[in-house]
Every structure is written in structure tokens, then in C-alpha cells.
Design a protein around this ligand. Structure first.
Ligand SMILES: *Cc1c(COP(=O)(O)O)cnc(C)c1O
Length: 228
């Protein structure tokens, strides 16, 4: 049972309760679920989708020109440099840019076709070693400075994955830290619009802390048969 509407209602009422009505977009994370489930969500009005593996995107989705009207697909999982060339034609945005070498690989590929692409910088806001993302402000600022050498990359915002385990205080502080960086970059004049924080288990906290986009898989599509 794909349930976009139920989740949208919850996201909207949470946003309203925080005085943020209409400010939070829903991304449906369809990893491990078949394309039929994607189309069921689409039929319910969902347009923004996230997937975390290049191979799965290539196997599951039709080529970009043959997708349903208005469907937008973002890569939200860790991207290896040797997969950049393959994924760029398949997605509208890369939400998981986490290093300068990866920026260089993306820029190199975009420049060869003249295309410009939106990306998000991923922040490792929990300090967990197994998580991707820029680990501190210094490395983030170096990447921001490096945008000057990447004219085909447009930084649209930041993304983070909160700490696992359900500790509300730790989750809150990870999201608050990321929000702080987001505000800081905007005070520098970057004009960022996307703050992607919150998944099925922690989106309410994320919305409270200023998320503009929540990435929801399980609550929409049900349990995944393997943990991807
Ligand atoms: C799988 C995934 C999600 C969605 O997680 P759920 O707990 O199923 O809502 C969100 N963000 C990323 C980066 C993911 O890999």
C-alpha cells in the first residue's frame, strides 16, 4: 500500500504546528521498491523522488525523456567518482556531494556537455564514522570556495542524515547544527533554498528545526525487504 496522502497530511500538519505551513516539500524515497510503486505514488500526485544507488536508478527508471510529466529524481546516496558519468544523465539533482574530488568529477562531466546541475552538499552532522558528508565547517567552507572552479555546479542547499537510534536530543542537535550552517552560507549570499533533513523516523524533529524537504521511504512505501 503506497500512501502519499497520509504522509503528506502528517508533514503538512507538522509544518503548520511549527508555523511553517506550505514550507516543507515531500521527497518519496523509493529505493528497493519496484517502479510500479513509484508510479502508484505518482498517480497520487507525488512528483519528487529520491534513490540512493546508481545501479538501481539505471535498472528501475525509464530514461529521462520517457518519464512521466514533472517527475523529478534525485540521487541521495553516496556517490563514487567512477559512477559520476553514468548517473549524471539519469538524475535532476545530486543531493550527496561530499568531497572536492567528487565536485571535480561532476564538473568535468557537466562541462563536457554544457549542462548545469543543482547539487546539495551533504553534511555529516552526527559525527558517526560510517556516515558520508563534510565533517566540519572548515571542509565545508573549502568546498564552497571550490564552487568558483565549478561553473556548471549550482549549489542549491544542504542535506543531512540524522543520527540513528531515536535519541531526540542528539537528533535535534544534528539538525540544528546543519540549519546553522545553512543560515551561515545564506548570510554569505549563497541563496540556498533546499535544506533536506528528516526521514520516516525523525521528520517531525527536522521540520521543527527548519527542514524544507523531508525524505520519506518507509512511511510511504512500507518496509524495505533488505536494508539499503
Ligand atoms: C533510505 C533513505 C531515506 C528514507 O528513509 P526512511 O527511514 O525509509 O524514510 C532518506 N534519506 C536517505 C539518504 C536514505 O538513504
Amino acid at each position: 500500500m503506497v500512501d502519499v496522502k497520509g504522509v503528506l497530511d502528517k508533514v503538512d500538519s507538522c509544518a503548520r504546528a511549527c508555523g511553517r505551513a506550505g514550507e516543507v516539500l515531500l521527497m518519496a524515497v523509493s529505493k528497493t521498491h519496484p517502479y510500479e510503486a513509484v508510479m502508484e505514488a505518482y498517480a497520487q500526485g507525488q512528483r519528487l523522488f529520491g534513490e540512493n544507488r546508481v545501479q538501481e536508478i539505471a535498472a528501475k527508471f525509464p530514461p529521462p525523456g520517457q518519464r512521466p510529466d514533472g517527475m523529478t529524481l534525485c540521487l541521495i546516496g553516496h556517490l563514487q567518482r567512477n559512477k559520476v558519468r553514468k548517473v549524471i544523465p539519469l538524475v535532476d539533482r545530486i543531493d550527496s556531494v561530499d568531497s572536492i574530488p567528487l565536485m571535480d568529477a561532476i564538473e568535468h562531466d557537466l562541462a563536457s556537455t554544457g549542462r548545469t546541475m543543482d547539487v546539495l552538499f551533504e553534511i555529516n552532522s552526527s559525527g558517526e564514522a560510517q556516515k558520508s558528508g563534510f565533517v566540519d565547517e572548515v571542509s565545508l567552507m573549502e568546498a564552497v570556495a571550490h564552487l568558483a572552479d565549478c561553473p556548471h555546479i549550482h549549489l542549491a542547499g544542504l542535506m543531512t542524515v540524522g543520527p540513528l537510534g531515536g535519541d531526540v536530543e542528539r537528533i535535534t542537535s544534528a539538525f540544528r547544527y546543519t540549519r546553522g550552517l545553512f543560515d551561515r552560507l545564506n548570510r554569505m549570499g549563497l541563496g540556498l533554498e533546499v535544506l533536506s533533513m528528516g526521514m520516516s523516523a525523525d521528520y517531525e524533529i527536522a521540520i521543527r528545526e527548519g527542514s524544507s524537504e523531508v525524505r520519506i521511504g518507509t512511511a510511504i512505501f512500507g518496509m524495505r525487504s533488505y536494508d539499503a
